[in-house]
Design a protein around this ligand. Structure first.
Ligand SMILES: *[C@@H]1O[C@H](CO)[C@@H](O)[C@H](O)[C@H]1NC(C)=O
Ligand SMILES: *[C@@H]1O[C@H](CO)[C@@H](O)[C@H](O)[C@H]1NC(C)=O
Length: 197
C-alpha cells in the first residue's frame, strides 16, 4: 500500500476535536502537536508502515495488542495515541494527567525509551524534554532518530532512541526508521499498561 492510503486509514477514525498546534518554520521544529499516531517508515523491512503501540512501559512496532484501558464506545485503538506539548511527549489522555515518555541516552540506558504514569519517578539519567517534529512530521529527540529491535514483547519490535550504537543492550537486528506523526482528530483516551500490573 502507498503511504497516502495508509495515512488515510489512520485518519479514517477522525473528525473534529481540539488539536494542539503551532506553526512549524523552516528553522525550528514543531514542539506542539497532536493528538497523533506514529507510523514507521523504513522501506523494504517488516516495520515499514508499522504503527507504534504502547504497553508495559515501553513503545513497540507491530505489537499485536496493547491491552490499554480506553474510554468511549467501540474497539480500543490498535496503536498508541500521543500528544506533543512544549517538546515533551505524552500518551494522550482526557482528562489529563498523561503518561509521559522518557529517554535514557546514558551509557547504562543506551537509548532506552519508556513511559511513566502519574508521579512515578524516572530513571536517574532520563530526559523528558527535547522532542520535535520537522516539516515532514518526522519525530526526533534532540536531533536523534529512533531505532527498533525485533523479537521483543509478543514478537513486536521495541523502540529505542538512537545513540549511535547498533545493538542497544545487545539486541540484534535493529533498524532505524522515520517515525511519522499522523494527526488524529478523534482520539481515544487510554491508559497504557505498566510492568507487573
Ligand atoms: C495482552 O493480553 C493478552 C491476553 O491476556 C496477552 O496474551 C498479551 O501478552 C498481552 N499483551 C501485552 C502487550 O501486554
Ligand atoms: C527523521 O529524523 C531523523 C533524525 O533527525 C533522521 O535521521 C531521518 O533521516 C529523518 N527522516 C526523514 C524521512 O526525514
Amino acid at each position: 500500500m502507498h503511504f497516502k492510503t495508509i495515512a488515510a486509514l489512520f485518519a479514517a477514525a477522525a473528525s473534529a476535536s481540539p488539536v494542539r498546534r503551532s506553526t512549524c518554520t523552516e528553522d525550528t521544529g514543531n514542539t506542539n502537536f497532536g493528538p497523533f499516531g506514529i507510523m514507521a517508515l523504513r522501506s523494504a523491512s517488516p516495520i515499514h508502515f508499522a504503527q507504534a503501540g504502547a504497553a508495559q512501559n515501553g513503545l513497540y512496532l507491530n505489537l499485536p495488542e496493547q491491552n490499554a484501558t480506553c474510554t468511549g464506545d467501540g474497539p480500543s485503538p490498535p496503536g498508541a495515541i500521543f500528544t506533543l506539548v512544549d517538546g515533551k511527549l505524552y500518551l494522550y489522555a482526557e482528562p489529563e494527567p498523561y503518561q509521559q515518555i522518557f529517554v535514557d541516552r546514558s551509557g547504562m540506558g543506551q537509548g532506552i525509551l519508556g513511559y511513566i504514569t502519574g508521579d512515578q519517578g524516572t530513571p536517574r539519567y532520563a530526559e523528558l524534554e527535547g522532542w520535535e517534529l520537522d516539516a515532514n512530521d518526522n519525530l526526533s529527540f534532540k536531533g536523534a532518530g529512533l531505532i527498533a529491535c525485533p523479537n521483543s514483547l509478543d514478537g513486536a519490535w521495541k523502540i529505542w532512541a538512537s545513540v549511535g550504537i547498533n545493538k542497544p543492550a545487545g539486541q540484534e537486528g535493529c533498524l532505524g526508521f522515520s517515525p511519522r506523526a499522523i494527526e488524529l482528530t478523534e482520539p481515544k483516551s487510554c491508559e497504557y499498561t505498566q510492568y507487573g500490573v
